[in-house]
Design a protein around this ligand. Structure first.
Ligand SMILES: [Zn+2]
Length: 142
């Protein structure tokens, strides 16, 4: 993620991103938020709700230990065990990331390019990639 957006999230949610300045032996957050700019709003909305639930409903303070893209999907790892509601928020955001272009934030879908998975809109899907939903199902032998 571009530095100024990364910085904005760290400023808005200092408790969630409290491990930002720890060393690489202690946390993966020293690498920042490891995905493209298109997921900024998704992560911003997730953190806003997570912090709200902590501040107003007595839920645990969420501390992110790693935030990254993996297999085309947002992964939001936490140090603490979230409340069931917070856990649902994280699961929902991770699921939504499979429908939002990681480059630009427009509506997207999961693509594969030589086995590498990514969520992109049609404009940002790289040449030679295929929609995962159109790949043959490996479990189906027909
Ligand atoms: Zn896009």
């Amino acid at each position: 993620m571009r530095d100024e957006l990364d910085e904005l999230l760290f400023q808005r949610y200092p408790l969630i991103f409290g491990e930002r300045n720890l060393g690489m032996r202690e946390t993966a957050m020293c690498w920042g938020i490891c995905c493209n700019d298109g997921w900024f709003d998704l992560i911003d909305a997730l953190c806003e709700r997570l912090q709200f639930w902590t501040d107003n409903n007595g839920a645990p303070q969420i501390v992110a230990s790693q935030v990254k893209q993996k297999y085309g999907e947002l992964c939001f790892y936490t140090r603490e065990i979230p409340s069931p509601v917070q856990d649902g928020m994280i699961l929902m955001a991770e699921e939504m990331s499979l429908r939002i272009c990681e480059q630009c934030g427009n509506s997207g879908a999961l693509y594969s390019r030589r086995g590498c998975l990514m969520t992109r809109c049609s404009e940002h899907a790289p040449e030679g990639c295929v929609l995962v939903s159109e790949l043959p199902d490996p479990m189906n032998d027909d």
